[in-house]
Design a protein around this ligand. Sequence first.
Ligand code: HEM
Length: 524
Amino acid sequence: LSTSVFFYYQKSNSLANIRGPLSTSWLYGNMREFSLGEYGVRAFQWQKLYGTVYKLMNCFGERRLVVADQKALQFVLGNPQLFPRAPEHKELARILMGQGIFWAEGPDHKRHRTVMQPSFAASQLKALFPCFQETARMLASQLQNKFSTNEENVVEDVCPWLHKAALDIIGTAAFGHPFNSLLSDENAVARSYHNLLADSMTRGPLSIVVDAILQYMPVTLLRLFDKLPTKAMRKLRTNRALTLGLAKDLVERKLEVLKGGMESEKDVLSQIVHANVSQDPQTKMTPVEVYSQVSTIMLAGEETVANTAIWALYELAQDPELQDKVREEIRETYAAAHARGDTDLCATDLDNMPLTTAVMKETLRFHPALPMSLRKAAEDSIVPLAQSITTVSGEVVNEISIPADTIVIANSAGYNRLESVWGPDAHLFNISRWAKERKISHDATLGMYANLATFLSGPRGCIGYRFALIEFQMFLIELLKTFRFSIPPGIRIKRELALVTIPVVDGDPTRSQRMPLQLSLVEE
Ligand code: HEM
C-alpha cells in the first residue's frame, strides 16, 4: 500500500502542471462527465479549452492524461514497450477474447503479429471479395422481406441486421464457416455475440469506480473477476466457451486439410493456421493462442464494422441529397462493370468510387468505433508535441513529461476532431473535406488509413483495417442500391460508450443499442 501511495503522489506531482477540468467529486473525478451520457460532448469541450493534451481526474484523485496530439500519439502508440496496456485492461482483453493478439504484449505480440499479418494483406482479401458481396446482398434481401405488398416504407432498427451481417462475413471470409445468422437465429455461437458488449460493458457510475479499483488489484485477484456470478460475466463466459469450441473444430479442420496435402482454403484463419505450421518452433503460436485468435477476430471485427456502418446510415439518413449522389455513383459503377462485359462488380471497382469512399472516411473520422485506447506508462518519458500547450503556470511547452504508471488515454476521437488537422469545420460531418482540392494538414501523419486515428497506429494498429474497409463499402453499396434511408419523425439518436460507441434512442430508459431508420425501396 505504501508503495502505491508513494507512486501515486510522485505521479500526481509531475502532472500537476498540465491543465484540465476541475474535479467536482473525489469519488468519480471527471469520469462521469467524460464517459457517461452522450459520449464526446464534454471531451470535445475540454479539448477546445485545454488543448490537445489535458489532465483528467479519475476516481480517488488519480490523474490521467488525455492525449490527442499527433506527435504524442505517434510516440505513445509507436512505443508499446514504453506504453503497454495496463494489467487490468490486459485482463479484460483476456476475459473477452482469450490469449490472442489483442491480449499479447512485447515479444509475444510480435510473434502473433508476424504470423497473422500476411493473412490480412490486400491480395489475400481480394480473393475473399465474393464472401463480402454475397453477405451484403443477403442483408439487403432480408431487409427487403420486411416490406409487405404495397407498403411504401418501413421503420426498422438496423442494428441487429448490421451485426448479423458483420458476423456472417467474419464467418465466411475470416473462418470459412457460415453462421447464416441473417437467415436464422439458430447458431448458438452467433447468438452469443448478440449485444455482447452493449449488455456486458455496464455503463454507469459503478463501472467507473470498479474500473478504478481494478488497477490496485494484483493480477491473481483480477482473475477472480472472471468467475463472478453476475449476468454480464455469465454472458461473457458462455460466449467464450462457445467460441472456444468452434475455434477448436475450425482449427482441427484446417490442420486436416493441410495434413491431407490439399490446397489450403482462402479464409483468413486457414492462412493463419497454414503460416503457423510453417513457422520456426520458437516463433509458432501455441494451440491456445491460435484458438484465441478466433474470439479476437470475432469481437474485434464484428462490433467495430457493424457500428461504423450503422453510423454511416445514420449520417446518410439525415442528408437525402448526399444519399442520392452516392446512389448515383453506385449505379454508374455497376453500369461500367456491365459495359465492360462483367456481370458483377470486382474488388478493384471499389477503388474508383470517390464519393462512397469520402462517406466512409468521414464516418470513420466522425464516429470512430473505438474512440479511445488506454495505455500505462512503464517508465518516465519525455513526449514531444506537434502543438504546444499552455501549462498551469502559463508556460508554453512543446514536450511533456509523463511519469511512470500514468494511464494515458489515447484519444482517437479527439484527434479526429482537431481543427488544426481537419479545418475549422472539424466538428461537422462534411464529406467535402475529402475532395482532392481541399488540403488536409498532414504536419505529422498518423494512423493506418487516411490520416485517421480510428484504426490507431504503430505496431498495435488494427490488423484488419483492409478487411473492414471492403466490408463497410459493400454494405453501403448494397444497402443504398436497394433502399432510401431517413430518420423516423420524433427520434433523436445519441452516442454512448460501451467499449465501442453505440447508438441509443434519446429517452429510452433501457439504453439499449438501437437505430430505428425509415426505409423505402429504390425504384429500379
Ligand atoms: C471499422 C472497423 C474497425 C475499427 C474502427 C477497428 C479499430 C481497431 C483499433 C482502434 C485497434 C487497436 C485497439 C487497441 O490497441 O486498443 C484494433 C485492433 C485490432 N483489430 Fe480492428 N478495427 C476494425 C475492424 C477490424 C476487423 C474487421 C478485424 C478483423 C477481421 C479487426 C481485427 C483487429 C485485431 C486482431 C486487432 C488487434 C491488433 C493487435 O493488437 O496487434 N479489426 N482495431
